[in-house]
Write a protein that binds this ligand. Sequence first.
Ligand code: BG6
Length: 301
Amino acid sequence: MIRELNTQFGIKGHLEFVEDASGLILAKISNDQGSASLCLQGAHLMSWQPRSQKVPVVWLSKDAKLAVGKSIRGGAPVCWPWFGAHATESAFPGHGFARTVPWRVIEAGQDVGGETRLALRLVASDKTREQWPHACNLDLNVVVGETLRMELITENTGSSDFVIGEALHTYFQIGDIGAVSVGGLEGCAYWDKVGGSSLKKQEGEIRFSGETDRVYIDTSAECVIRDEKLKRRIHIAKSGSHSTVVWTPWIEKANKMGDMGQPDGWREMLCVESANALENQVKVAAGNRHTLIVEYHAAPL
Ligand code: BG6
């Protein structure tokens, strides 16, 4: 399998497939602009570090476990075809099944500008069809360079419409949760999921002093994480996404989760997720496709 993958898609010096001790396959990418790794299970981007940065821009928990059928803590989980809990089936997995099932490589290449491309497609099975009985393709195209670009493409190949919820649930590496702010969502309405669910309005930039779990709705704005400790900004631009989720678990929840990186890994991550959730779920008409795109880059403060 590894040999075939490397023969068909490997790019000498830039893209190599390796098998982890868990048996899962990782794509390791490296070029003059940056490096990244992805797990084929879940099409899960696990790390990304542009050459200009001393520390990664995408955070991976030091307690992250790689295991068949389990989601990885950190990176950029693909939440699809629903976001959060399933609307009616409590036994279905939170954030959908896309992040825990196998995907296959459909294309890889090296761009003239020096970026490395990798395209993956979710492998449908009886198990996925039980939870999602619709004819469709789900692809993730990743371009790794000084900028990271990810495109999540849902193609409805059937004869009836369907509705999806989705997110690229990216964990960003920060210096300390007490020394960052998020700009771009000023004036936006959000569902505050901490302590029930109520609709509020964002006043000014976001700062953090406790558990924060918010779904900002009707926004396609670029967000900027300003990090006073690492002295950098992370820019999060997007299209085809009308919700932005901002999440930090804070100490109590992080301790319960058990894989956030003891003792205080949670302080060094912040999720800013480009999503289509709640009232922003997307109808994909028969024969049509919908694309959610994100682009991240880091710059000095
Ligand atoms: C966020 C949700 O997107 O993901 C949170 O808003 C949730 O409510 C978090 O706790 C992590 O989810 P999970 O399933 O990866 O533990």
